[in-house]
Design a protein around this ligand. Structure first.
Ligand SMILES: C[S@@+](CC[C@H](N)C(=O)[O-])C[C@H]1O[C@@H](n2cnc3c(N)ncnc32)[C@H](O)[C@@H]1O
Length: 193
């Protein structure tokens, strides 16, 4: 996406290939490395707007794909969307009644940043913990979870919390993340309920 960093290669590639954002390549890299999604998986994408992950997810499964965001998500064939907060109990209930079984939860959500580093870091980890709680509430035994986070003082606690619920937990700094970014993804496989 265009930004203070300018229109980088990944942005141009995404535009050319019809993806709604450059973030699409991060999910492709995660899938290639960790094989988190199988063809029959029902998937929930938290913080899904504008929808490039949804575009990728639609190609990875033949089952259902549901995207949730505070902002509306423009229509995508074969994708269901909900407008709301991932932390809202009603959204959680809606997902449960729509899908029944949820095999994978992915979360690329990011809060609006204030520019105050420690406040922003705490807010991101809080959102990550909410996504983890959402995943633990809906996932089927053995399901997988991916969440975008950032390195910082509170990160080890989030990582430890995730490890309590999944058999295998790893991190990945994707090649498509911006240079110098502290962004990293937690990849958690095999949910233990
Ligand atoms: C980086 S964008 C996601 C990009 C998306 N993965 C894609 O590929 O198009 C982060 C999104 O997280 C959403 N978000 C932030 N907090 C949220 C919350 N509490 N509930 C739902 N969505 C949230 C924002 O509205 C924003 O659209």
């Amino acid at each position: 996406m265009g930004s203070q960093w300018g229109y980088d290669k990944a942005y141009m590639r995404a535009k050319h290939e019809g993806y709604r954002s450059r973030a699409a390549y991060k999910l492709m890299e995660i899938q290639k490395k960790f094989d988190i999604i199988r063809r029959n998986d029902n998937i929930v994408d938290l913080g899904a707007a504008p929808g490039s992950w949804l575009q990728v997810l639609r190609t990875l499964t033949d089952a259902r794909v549901v995207g949730i965001d505070l902002n509306p998500i423009a229509h995508l064939d074969g994708v269901e969307t909900l407008e709301g907060d991932l932390n809202d109990k009603e959204i959680l209930e809606q997902v449960r009644s729509m899908l029944g079984i949820v095999n994978v939860v992915v979360c690329d959500a990011a809060p609006k940043l204030s520019g105050h580093k420690s406040y922003d870091q705490a807010r991101i980890i809080e959102l990550n913990e909410q996504a983890l709680a959402f995943a633990c509430n809906v996932l089927k035994h053995g399901g997988n979870f991916v969440v975008k986070s950032f390195q910082g003082t509170d990160f080890p606690e989030l990582y430890a919390d995730t490890k309590q619920h999944f058999h295998a937990v790893k991190t990945l700094s994707t090649k498509s993340s911006r240079k110098g970014s502290t962004e990293l993804y937690i990849i958690a496989k095999n949910f233990v309920d």
